[in-house]
Design a protein around this ligand. Structure first.
Ligand SMILES: Cc1cc2nc3c(=O)[nH]c(=O)nc-3n(C[C@H](O)[C@H](O)[C@H](O)COP(=O)(O)OP(=O)(O)OC[C@H]3O[C@@H](n4cnc5c(N)ncnc54)[C@H](O)[C@@H]3O)c2cc1C
Length: 347
């Protein structure tokens, strides 16, 4: 008999798993309290970049597998001619994925270039106030040297996929449903066993909700707050600095994400003084007047101290559960790689 699958969670992890299963002919239904943009996934940047997720030996292969899928989705979007633009605006062919230059900076010292970045054509961004000879990695990576804003000491640049969550999440929902998948939102579960027994397999993509559902004290909410502002003129790259204060600027199709924060907290409410500080720091880096704030968003990155949980287990009623949660600050970055891995575990 054909396998019948229930996925718990309609953030990027659940929707990507659902799409992979449904497109391979599996009967799949997603259950979730919140869907798409209402979830933590809806608050994300969402750049492809491994950040705040463990362990590196699993995270990097998942991330690189996801990178390949997203590059294809960006190309699919780009291959539409201007004559098809109207249909593009309405149809599921609008993926919301594009390629963007990411400029990652540090405030002092030398930037640490991750090993995996070498295969993606990384370039060093030097500080004009330092003598050129001190930019040793510009030579090592044979990159074209680009000047860093004086607020930063050094950086690197990389072309990465950017998912405009306002479009991409709807694209995933649409793709899942077109493949025959069903979604039931507004349902909250206290236990995974409460999911209808007619489903043979349960996939746990509950994000921070897995702390209660899987009774997993290893999960920690890494709260992130962002401000959505009008897109500044002539900004065509994303700028990120992980040093304190964390700051990032991500221009999207119709607006721009200013971030951000990363603190251990369960508080879903935006804090106005934090928004003010975020907008002030991003504006300082861009050398612009503080723009007006269109929206504030908060999400809880599901960080798991012992690493992403992607493994088989058994429910008390004997059914198989596959856990897929704990992606921290990298849920989008790992989504397709993890979904493939979950599919393999289904056997
Ligand atoms: C400000 C911010 C910026 C970020 N930027 C990036 C980025 O640039 N790149 C990147 O890759 N990642 C980024 N992230 C991280 C990324 O957003 C998360 O890793 C990702 O959203 C996790 O997705 P998920 O589907 O696992 O969980 P979620 O999106 O949290 O979805 C969980 C789902 O489970 C449901 N659920 C939970 N418990 C229950 C229950 N008991 N009953 C019923 N339903 C339940 C929820 O309703 C929801 O549908 C960012 C996060 C934040 C907050």
């Amino acid at each position: 008999m054909a396998k019948s699958i229930a996925i718990l969670g309609a953030g990027v992890s659940g929707l990507t798993c659902g799409t992979v299963f449904a497109e391979r002919g599996l009967s799949t239904r997603i259950f979730a309290e919140q869907i798409g943009t209402q979830t933590t996934s809806g608050a994300a940047g969402a750049l492809w970049f491994p950040y705040d997720a463990e362990p590196a030996d699993k995270v990097i292969p998942w991330a690189l597998a996801t990178y390949k899928v997203l590059v294809n989705l960006a190309a699919a979007r780009g291959s539409i001619g201007p004559d098809k633009l109207d249909c593009l605006k309405q149809s599921s062919f609008q993926t919301g994925v594009s390629m963007i230059e990411l400029r990652q900076y540090c405030r002092t010292g030398k930037i640490l270039v991750p090993e995996w970045a070498n295969s993606l054509g990384v370039r060093i961004l030097g500080n004009p106030e330092e003598p050129p000879s001190s930019n040793r990695r510009a030579v090592e990576h044979s990159g074209i040297e680009v000047t860093a804003p004086c607020l930063f000491s050094e950086g690197f640049s990389l072309r990465v996929p950017l998912m405009d969550t306002a479009i991409y999440v709807d694209y995933l929902i649409d793709r899942f449903q077109k493949a025959g998948g069903e979604i039931e939102s507004g349902v909250r579960f206290e236990n995974l066993e409460d999911i209808d027994p007619k489903f043979d397999f349960i996939i746990n993509c509950a994000g921070i909700g897995a702390r209660e559902l899987a009774r997993d004290p290893d999960l920690e909410p890494h709260r992130g707050q962002v401000a959505i502002v009008p897109k500044p003129d002539n900004l065509d790259c994303a700028i990120v600095c992980d040093d304190d204060p964390l700051m990032y600027v991500i221009p999207r199709t119709n607006d721009c994400v200013f971030g951000g924060t990363n603190e251990v907290s369960d508080d879903w409410n935006p804090d106005p003084s934090t928004t003010k500080a975020i907008v002030a720091e991003c504006s300082r880096v861009l050398e612009i007047e503080s723009p007006r704030v269109l929206r504030e968003r908060v999400g809880l990155r599901p960080f798991r101290k012992s690493g992403v949980r992607l493994e088989n287990g058994k429910l008390r009623d004997g059914r198989t559960v596959i856990h897929n949660y704990g992606h921290g600050g990298s849920g989008f970055t790992l989504s397709w790689g993890c979904a493939e891995n979950v599919f393999e575990l289904l056997g």
